[in-house]
Ligand binder design. Structure first.
Ligand code: 3HC
Length: 287
């Protein structure tokens, strides 16, 4: 099965990045969100990212224009009917994902694949609400999608070999490296990344070192491009907390308990870069 038409559900940071990368590699893309302003914001994020790539990496102006022309902006789910692949990148709430997948299942061609970009919700459970669980799979891109080379391809319990192969091949076509992962809480990326971030927050909470010292240790000592506290701000502290809760509940081990300081920041609405304040203050500090 060749993937030519992709529908991306959700035009946020991840959805717009996924739509961009698909369009850059010649696929026809419908980018959907529930309100026109969300779609427009996603589309302008794509324009900015392409402008950056034109400036820095020698993508031609015409290739950039052709990429943009391959993306249709929409607030309806009509384009699901002709899509070979739907990639869902909507909010990380299980009830919303389940009702969306029920709708997508009813609208999509019988051989279309339904993928979710979820960072930690169980693929097996999402697949079970559809009539095609063997064609449901996790396709977890990393942020920023145009830059990061990894796609975790997560097999639900029911995912078929054919679905796994088509999606892994597509990830390669998009210039990414697919990695096969089975469906357990946090998959691989967030099972390893989030406990590290949580531990960095514990270091801050217990006064082992201050924010800048913790980030400097990991940047200069371990060659990480960003320190864990800055990365937490970049991911969103509410997202970090929700992933830690999924790990804690799903794996049942106290080593995954979310740091009380993380809970306090989220309670204060200090959600990181997107809210203007997290471990860093983006209203005054250029990060
Ligand atoms: N679109 C296009 N290009 C972009 C871009 C974007 N949105 N953002 C950055 N770039 C490009 C830049 O143009 C530049 O390209 P060049 O190498 O050709 O010059 C390159 O990326 C580096 O960008 P900058 O020089 O502006 O900035 P940095 O060197 O600080 O790199 C970064 C930025 C790539 C984001 C780097 O800081 C990094 O790798 N950070 C860690 C990212 C990470 O860990 N992501 C995973 C998050 S976890 C996740 O996604 C899972 C989820 O489920 C929680």
């Amino acid at each position: 099965m060749a993937i030519k038409e992709v529908m991306v559900i959700g035009a946020g940071q991840m959805g717009s990045g996924i739509a961009q990368v698909c369009a850059m590699h010649g696929l026809e893309v419908a980018l959907q969100d529930i309100a026109p302003e969300f779609v427009a914001r996603g589309f302008s994020r794509i324009e900015e990212s392409l402008a950056r790539i034109v400036k820095k990496s020698g993508l031609s102006e015409s290739a950039s224009r052709e990429t943009l022309a391959r993306i249709t902006q929409t607030t309806s789910l009509d384009a699901v009917a002709s899509a070979d692949l739907v990639i869902e990148a909507a909010v990380e709430k299980m009830d919303i994902k389940k009702s969306l997948f029920m709708q997508l299942d009813g609208l999509a061609k019988s051989d279309a694949i339904l993928a979710t970009n979820t960072s930690s919700l169980p693929i097996t459970e999402i697949a079970a609400v559809t009539s095609r669980p063997e064609r449901v799979i996790g396709m977890h891109f990393m942020n920023p999608v145009p830059v990061m080379k990894l796609v975790e391809v997560i097999r639900g319990l029911q995912t078929s070999e054919e679905t796994y192969r088509v999606v892994s091949d597509l990830a390669r076509t998009l210039g990414k490296t697919p990695v096969e992962v089975h469906d357990y809480p946090g998959f691989i990326s967030n099972r390893i990344l989030l406990p590290m971030i949580n531990e960095a927050i514990y270091c801050l909470y217990e006064g082992v070192a201050d924010r800048d010292a913790i980030d400097t240790v990991m940047k200069l000592g371990m060659n990480h491009p960003m320190g864990p506290l800055q990365l937490a701000d970049f991911i969103g502290l509410d997202t970090c907390l929700s992933i830690m809760e999924i790990l804690h509940e799903g794996l049942g081990d106290s080593k995954y308990r979310p740091c009380p300081l993380l809970r306090k920041y989220v309670a204060a609405g200090w959600l990181g870069k997107k809210s203007g304040r997290g471990f860093y203050d983006y209203r005054v500090e250029a990060k």
